[in-house]
Design a protein around this ligand. Structure first.
Ligand code: MG
Length: 255
């Protein structure tokens, strides 16, 4: 097939919760409902930290903590997801109507800026199972933005999710492998980027501060994405593209 398309030089993978959007606890409530239906308990879910973890890892950790044998947790796990998804859809709809599903600052503008470039692809790298990810994005109005990705339904291990995402976005034979940038709001996102030798851009719109994220050694840390030009030029600079604007604000290093 002949085409004059620009080769993809950089692929940018976004985490969802705390990075693109905030669902005001819809996921937690839905997980709780599904665990209680399948295991009869949600274990120590109050106070349990969800962020940075894949959905299957959350189920295993909570149910092992509740006293279940790990093999038994895994045996019942397939029954969790349909109940979880129904509950998530319901919880998201309630919150969407009440204006409690929020896109984080600058996300729409940043995605548009990345999308306008022929040499950039945008994907997802998330601990959410794929259908859950799609429900959250749709509730926030980002339903059709992302085609590629890796999800919690691909693996319980976030680094493996990243490897799956890269495999799915491999360039056509003969094209150079693009630079990969992983964007997220937790130290786990940064670690996941490192596991696949990708650059890490962190944003403090989740539960971690700029200072905490800087300690992870992320290549760049932003308070939020409201300065589209700064984030875009940071990504392009990491990718080594020659048209990256000089002096990108927020750029944390030259890795
Ligand atoms: Mg997150």
């Amino acid at each position: 097939m002949q085409q004059a398309a620009t080769p993809i030089r950089v692929r940018v993978f976004f985490d969802i919760d705390g990075t693109l959007l905030y669902t005001d606890g819809a996921g937690r409530v839905a997980v709780q409902a599904a665990l209680e239906a399948v295991y009869g308990t949600s274990g120590p879910i109050d106070g349990y930290i969800f962020h940075g973890k894949t959905d299957p890892r959350i189920v295993v950790e909570l149910m092992v903590a509740a006293g279940f044998d790990e093999a038994e947790v895994r045996r019942r796990m397939p029954r969790v997801w349909p109940i979880y998804l129904r509950a998530l859809e319901r919880e998201l709809e309630v919150r969407r109507r009440e204006g409690r599903v929020t896109l984080l600052p600058g996300v729409v503008e940043l995605l548009a800026a990345l999308d306008s470039r022929g040499d950039v692809t945008v994907g997802l790298l998330t601990g959410n199972i794929e259908e859950g990810a799609r429900l959250k994005l749709a509730a926030a109005g980002l339903g059709s933005t992302f085609e590629l990705g890796g999800f919690g339904s691909d693996s319980e291990d976030r680094a493996e999710v990243a490897r799956v995402a890269l495999e799915r976005s491999r360039p056509p034979v003969g094209d150079a492998e693009p630079v990969t940038v992983v964007v997220g709001d937790t130290p786990e996102d940064v670690a996941c980027a490192r596991a696949v030798e990708a650059y890490a851009v962190a944003v403090a719109t989740g539960r971690h501060s700029v200072e905490q994220l800087e300690e992870t050694g992320a290549d760049a840390v932003f308070e939020d994405f409201s300065d589209t030009g700064a984030v875009l030029s940071c990504v392009l600079k990491l990718a080594g593209t020659e048209d990256a604007a000089a002096g990108a604000a927020g750029h944390g290093g030259d890795r």
